[in-house]
Design a protein around this ligand. Structure first.
Ligand code: GNR
Ligand code: NI
Length: 181
C-alpha cells in the first residue's frame, strides 16, 4: 500500500473529468487500497481518485466514527435527489477551509463494488453530502465553486500564500489530527 499525494486547489488537474472504469481489476483494487490508506492518514471521510491525480471514476468513503466502515463507489451515479440541506463542508484539496454548501438531502446512488457488481443505495445525512462532494470531484468540480467568486478568490489567495510560506495549510483549527467533518 502507498500514501498518495493529494492535489490542492487551485491545481488545474483537479478540473479533469475522470473516465469511467470499464473493468474492476487488480489495478483498480490496488488504487482503492492506496486511496483508503491516504484518506485514513489525512484524515478525511472521503477521497476521489481525481484528488490523487488518477482520473478514473473511483471514490472511497468512511463516515463512521471509528473509521471502520469503508465504502467503495466505482462509476457512481446519482439516480434521484430529494430535499435541500446546508452543511459545513471541508475538502482535503482545500485544506483548512470550511464553508456552508447546499446539496440534496437524500439521494439514490448506483455504483459498482470491488467485485464489479452493481448496487443501489438510498442515503441521507453526512454520507449523502460526501457522495455528492466526491462525484463533483470526478467531474472536476470543487465545493468552493458553490461560493461567491469573491470568497473563492480569497480562499485561492490564502492557499497560495500558505504554499509560498511553506506552511502546513491543515495546521491550526481544527487540529490536523481531527477529521474534517
Ligand atoms: O474529509 C472530508 N470531510 C468532509 C466534510 C464535509 C463535507 C465533505 C467532506 S469530504 C472531505 C474529504 C474530501 O475532500 N473528499 O473529497
Ligand atoms: Ni474533497
Amino acid at each position: 500500500m502507498a500514501i498518495l499525494n493529494i492535489l490542492h486547489f487551485p491545481d488545474s488537474r483537479l478540473r479533469t473529468r475522470a473516465q469511467e472504469v470499464d473493468s474492476v481489476d487488480d489495478q483498480v483494487r490496488t488504487l482503492v487500497a492506496d486511496m483508503f490508506q491516504t484518506m485514513y492518514q489525512a484524515p478525511g471521510i472521503g477521497l476521489a481518485a481525481t484528488q490523487v491525480n488518477v482520473h478514473r471514476r473511483v471514490v472511497v468513503i468512511d463516515v463512521s466514527e471509528h473509521q471502520d466502515a469503508p465504502q467503495v463507489f466505482i462509476n457512481p451515479e446519482i439516480l434521484s435527489r430529494e430535499g435541500v440541506e446546508e452543511t459545513d463542508e471541508g475538502c482535503l484539496s482545500v485544506p483548512g477551509i470550511y464553508e456552508r454548501v447546499q446539496r440534496a438531502e437524500r439521494i439514490r446512488v448506483r455504483a459498482l463494488d470491488l467485485e464489479g457488481n452493481s448496487f443501489e443505495l438510498d442515503v441521507d445525512g453526512l454520507l449523502a453530502v460526501c457522495i455528492q462532494h466526491e462525484i463533483d470531484h470526478l467531474d472536476g468540480k470543487l465545493f468552493v465553486d458553490y461560493l461567491s467568486p469573491l470568497k473563492r478568490q480569497r480562499i485561492r489567495k490564502k492557499l497560495e500564500k500558505q504554499r509560498r510560506h511553506g506552511e502546513d495549510p491543515a495546521a491550526g483549527e481544527p487540529s490536523h489530527a481531527e477529521r474534517v467533518i
